[in-house]
Design a protein around this ligand. Structure first.
Ligand code: HEM
Length: 380
């Protein structure tokens, strides 16, 4: 069980029980030639199929003495650790910010692949935003995830360049009911009410793109999904000075057990209507779980698959740490965007977080085992 199948109707790494470690990379395409891009996707797909099966790229490190080896070698002898590589394309693949259609793909851009609107309170750093392409590498072994991204970047030299990347050291969401809910860096259990991989009907409803979703131009996305990535810094110093009762009120959950306020079990249902003896809502009006709940958002839900990060310190005596939020969904126009608007406006958590990076991607369906299939083949 070190190996997660690479081929299938959907790409692995979405409805796969979340692995422990992440290396995520966004790429800029540096060629104007469509054929170069397609050739790269073929090569990437072959390398990804090999690495996710625990094999080295190409001939591995045992090549000719006169040339650099096909594989950089640092994963030699390591198990795959359930490595998954999930490929995605950004809006700028279709049309650049100044409206240029570089690869003749503008007509194939799904309507759901919108540019994210600005949200109140965000402090986005352009160098941590966007990307023409992206790859999410998840593994239980950080060296395996880093090796995979490094080798894809190396194969892509001359065709793509890394735009930004993010390491994640601990999953912040359980995506399977077989997993114990992990804690984020604010110390709260995260993923209790997440969509879980054991709920195929809910995944069909909220995660996978269906045939009728977005018209014939976007038929290449059927079986795929949309990914929103947000690098969210946590102001941990501020949080750590906040009394426990206020921390719990911020989320609407109990810190130790993860239970909804007023309950004792982590998985007890959240009852947003419940009031205390004074008539006050038990889950406060500005609590994160109230504002994010499907009940508050017309039934919409997200598959959250984020990771904790610490990227050193900011030079001002604070840790640069937080949550690299990754959410998969069927349509960001009805899921991430309205939910984030509601959160950005009123969430009690806003006092302790800053969104510093942002990107949106279309995640094509899975690669089949038929010869010649590759990532996003139906788009080309
Ligand atoms: C629930 C933490 C940002 C959407 C939760 C829970 C925690 C949490 C502790 C409760 C446990 C659970 O059900 O998973 C955080 C932290 C964030 C963050 C620390 C930022 C650093 C976001 C963002 C969104 C979001 C940006 C979406 C725009 C949700 C949703 C739920 C949730 C949909 C489930 C609500 C429910 O159905 O009960 N989050 N979250 N969160 N969060 Fe967040």
């Amino acid at each position: 069980d070190q190996i997660v199948a690479f081929h299938g109707d959907h790409q692995a790494g979405i409805a796969t029980p979340a692995q422990d470690r992440l290396h995520f990379a966004a790429f800029d395409i540096v060629t104007d030639t469509r054929a170069d891009l397609v050739a790269l996707l073929r090569e990437w797909t072959a390398a990804a199929a090999a690495m996710t099966s625990g094999l080295a790229v190409g001939a591995g490190v045992a090549g000719r003495q006169q040339a650099p080896p096909d594989d950089t070698g640092e994963a030699e002898g390591l198990a795959a650790g359930r490595l998954t590589l999930t490929f995605a394309v950004g809006p700028s693949l279709f049309t650049t910010a100044d409206g240029v259609d570089r690869f003749g793909l503008a007509g194939r851009r799904p309507r759901a692949l919108v540019d994210l609107p600005p949200f109140p309170g965000e402090a986005l750093e352009p160098a941590r935003c966007g990307g023409d392409l992206a790859v999410q590498a998840c593994s239980d072994d950080p060296q395996v995830a880093v090796h995979a991204i490094r080798n894809l970047a190396r194969i892509g030299r001359g065709t793509v360049a890394v735009r930004w990347s993010q390491l994640g050291f601990g999953r912040t969401a359980s995506t399977s009911s077989t997993q114990i809910t992990p804690r984020n860096l604010l110390g709260f259990k995260d993923g209790t009410n997440n969509l879980h991989v054991e709920q195929p009907a809910r995944l069909d409803e909220h995660v996978w793109v269906a045939a009728a979703d977005d018209g014939p131009a976007a038929s290449w996305m059927v079986g795929g999904s949309y990914l929103v990535a947000r690098r969210i810094r946590m102001l941990t110093e501020q949080w750590d000075r906040t009394p426990l009762a206020e921390q719990e009120a911020t989320f609407g959950r109990t810190k130790v057990s993860g239970a909804p306020l007023g309950r004792t079990g982590e998985f007890e249902p959240v009852d947003l209507a419940r009031r205390d003896a004074d008539g006050e809502p038990v889950i406060p009006a500005n609590a994160h779980i109230r504002l994010a709940a499907p009940e508050t958002n017309g039934g919409q839900a997200l598959l959250r698959r984020g990771y904790s990060f610490t990227d050193g310190s900011d030079g001002l005596g604070h840790l640069d740490a937080g949550l690299f939020f990754l959410a998969y969904q069927r349509d960001p126009r009805t899921q991430f965007i309205p939910i984030q608007r509601r959160l950005a406006g009123a969430d009690a958590l806003n006092e302790y977080i800053r969104h510093t990076g942002s990107a949106i991607f279309a995640v094509p369906p899975g690669v089949t085992t038929s010869a010649g299939d590759h990532w996003a083949r139906l788009l080309f």
